[in-house]
Unconditional design. Structure first.
Lengths: 311, 325
């Protein structure tokens, strides 16, 4: 049922701690310039950061909606404190906007209401997707770890759901009760002084042999490499994926969105797009290994002679 | 409180039963469980014999089917669940909602436990799984303090099991793709973390370098105790300063807090270590069993004895203690 339309673009929630004005201006510019249909906003990584964006949420929603974008509110991905549980309960009870669930508590509370599922919920197979659909999920952004064979199988097996894939950005790989980011700067989580705000694109973790490896983002660990599914877009569209998710990095995300849109519209060759993407986001090497059932950090060059960009 | 003990082999299983385990948990020899290591786990026939042995000694058997079903191959997990039910496992330990739904529907009489891999870390999450799949017990993720557990316990409608001894995940369990990022193999999809197939050691002048896939996980000076390259226990370089970025090579030991855990409402204590040998299992199980019924002084002495068995000889209370964060 999705085969006839070209996938739309979604901007995922900003995973990093950006100060309020930077966060606001980023979304204002998306509203004004980016060819995206959905924008997911809201603190997803650490509840302690909430107050940085809170003063700007209303104006960001207003600006995005005025530009015709659909706004979705993201929930926290690791919920352990009573205060965090209460926040999700309040959001589910009061929100006029669609909600994207990133943990099991949100899933439970959203039962019976239309909602989205974020990439941090473990959807590894079609029975799980169908179960979530029965409980009210209308769209699911699949976990970055999934190989394309799984993506295809899940999409085919749960036709009532709109599926997204995580196609750009450093991949969320882990989350912990402990804040490695604060610890690396001599703090602990409960007294962190928001040192993660010093690294708006993550704090690089290198191996002792100076290999770029991971990046710290508060309690979250992300990949050093940037997921870049560009040569794979045609294959994803053909299998019924309806949304392409771009996860914000500290780079020109409007340019990233235009690039992905152009490839989806067959207005730009994928190989040319990959070269351009490396210029737009030079910080990190590109990877697409998970999609090709390899190490997530791997880059699988496009095989020109295969259909739909499959390697 | 019950003592829930690991068994990776039939021999370790019998040792755990003989040492006084209230329940033993184990898995089939395939990717349906999160300790899918070469040479470990149980065939159907071995599990049948193990369950019979346990039952004769009044010990329960829990079967871990705690990986996530690979899309298109769900039948492997469904068959494992059906076989475990037919073999009369006392509980199934599950992480995947799709599999939980299947078991709740097809095997409604089967006791269902929520695996630590499901990451049910709060009241609403746990009650969702109790309501949707009739879960009878939740194994809490190692992200909560004892005070958190005490707050959660009266608000949920199932039993609580917590890890008290053995390996320690630093990351929220079931939500970590670090291993597959470096090796292509993950706990969720393949039942392995930092797999031995991708671990290598090489000598570089005076240093021993441990690697996982293409990445250096640690470098050890001559004379320094060299550990296995588990990704989250490695030494890395952050802003030009080498350090254990996520966690030191330590293991979990909160047996000193068992009174507090009991008061918090915990009904079962879990020992990690299905990959461990039978001698380790026998020693840990018998000592912890004694510690559970001992007075405070005798308990301290018993627990000191166990320290020597711990990874790197260093232990931590992990997330159970607030400052670990």
């Amino acid at each position: 049922m999705h085969h006839t339309t070209s996938p739309s673009l979604t901007i995922g929630p900003v995973y990093y701690l950006w100060d309020g004005p930077k966060w606001r201006d980023f979304h204002f510019r998306l509203a004004d310039e980016a060819p995206v249909e959905r924008v997911v906003i809201g603190e997803t990584v650490c509840s302690k950061r909430q107050h940085f964006i809170e003063p700007h949420i209303a104006e960001v929603i207003e600006r995005l909606e005025a530009a015709g974008k659909t706004v979705v509110l993201s929930t926290l991905s690791l919920v352990t404190l009573e205060r965090e549980s209460r926040q999700i309960r309040d959001l589910v009870a009061d929100s006029e906007h669609a909600i994207e669930a990133n943990d099991l508590s949100a899933l439970g509370l959203l039962n019976g209401k239309p909602h989205s599922i974020g990439p941090l919920v473990n959807v590894y197979n079609a029975p799980t997707a169908r179960l979530l659909a029965d409980r009210g999920a209308t769209s699911i952004c699949l976990p970055p770890e999934l190989p394309f064979t799984s993506v295809e199988n899940i999409v085919a097996g749960a036709p009532a759901i709109a599926f997204e894939v995580f196609a750009f950005g450093r991949m969320p790989l882990a989350i912990s009760a402990r804040c490695a980011h604060a610890r690396s700067k001599g703090k602990i989580k409960d007294n962190c002084q928001f040192v993660c705000g010093e690294d708006p694109d993550g704090l690089p973790v290198k191996t002792l042999d100076r290999q770029s490896f991971l990046a710290l983002n508060g309690v979250q660990t992300v990949s050093h490499t940037c997921q870049a599914l560009l040569g794979e877009l045609a294959g994803l569209a053909a299998c019924g994926i309806s949304g392409i998710r771009l996860s914000p990095q500290d780079c020109d995300m409007v340019a990233v969105a235009k690039l992905y849109r152009a490839v989806l519209d067959n207005a730009l060759d994928a190989d040319k797009a990959i070269t351009l993407l490396r210029e737009i986001y030079p910080t990190a090497a590109l990877s697409n290994g998970f999609h090709h059932a390899r190490e997530g950090a791997a880059w699988v060059a496009r095989a020109r002679d295969t259909a739909h960009g499959r390697a | 409180m019950e003592l829930i003990c690991p068994a990776g082999t039939p021999a370790a299983f019998r040792e755990a039963v003989d040492a006084g385990a209230d329940a033993v948990y184990c898995g089939f020899r395939d990717e349906t469980n999160a300790r899918n290591f070469p040479g470990l786990n149980f065939s159907r026939e071995e599990l049948r014999e193990a369950i019979a042995y346990a039952r004769r000694h009044g010990t329960q058997t829990f079967v871990a089917l705690n990986t996530f079903m690979r899309a298109g191959d769900e039948e492997i997990w469904y068959r494992a669940a059906a076989d475990a039910v037919a073999l009369k496992a006392d509980g199934l330990i599950l992480a995947d909602f799709g599999l939980m739904a299947h078991v709740a529907e097809r095997h409604p009489e089967q006791r269902l436990h929520v695996s630590v891999q499901a990451s049910a870390s709060n009241v609403d999450a746990i009650n969702f799984l109790v309501e949707a799949f009739h879960a009878k017990r939740v194994v809490l993720p190692r992200t909560l303090t004892i005070a958190d557990i005490a707050r959660i316990a009266p608000q949920i409608r199932c039993e609580i099991e917590v890890f008290v001894f053995g390996g320690l995940c630093v990351m929220a369990e079931g939500r970590c793709s670090l291993s597959s990022y470096a090796t292509g193999k993950s706990p969720n999809m393949n039942g392995v973390c930092s797999p031995a197939s991708h671990a290598r050691y090489r000598q570089e002048r005076t240093e021993l370098v441990s690697e996982l896939g293409d990445y250096t996980i640690n470098r050890f000076l001559a004379g320094e105790a060299a550990g296995y390259p588990t990704l989250c226990k490695g030494r890395f370089d952050i802003a030009d300063s080498p350090a254990y970025a996520f966690e030191d090579p330590v293991s979990l030991d909160v047996m000193g807090e068992i009174d507090a855990l009991s008061a918090a409402g915990v009904s079962a204590l879990k020992i990690e270590g299905r990959q461990r040998g039978k001698a380790y299992v026998a020693e840990v199980v018998s000592t912890l069993k004694k510690a559970l019924s001992a007075g405070p002084e005798q308990r301290t002495a018993l627990l000191m004895r166990l320290r020597g068995l711990s990874e790197g000889q260093k232990t931590t209370s992990g997330a159970y203690e607030k400052r670990w964060r």
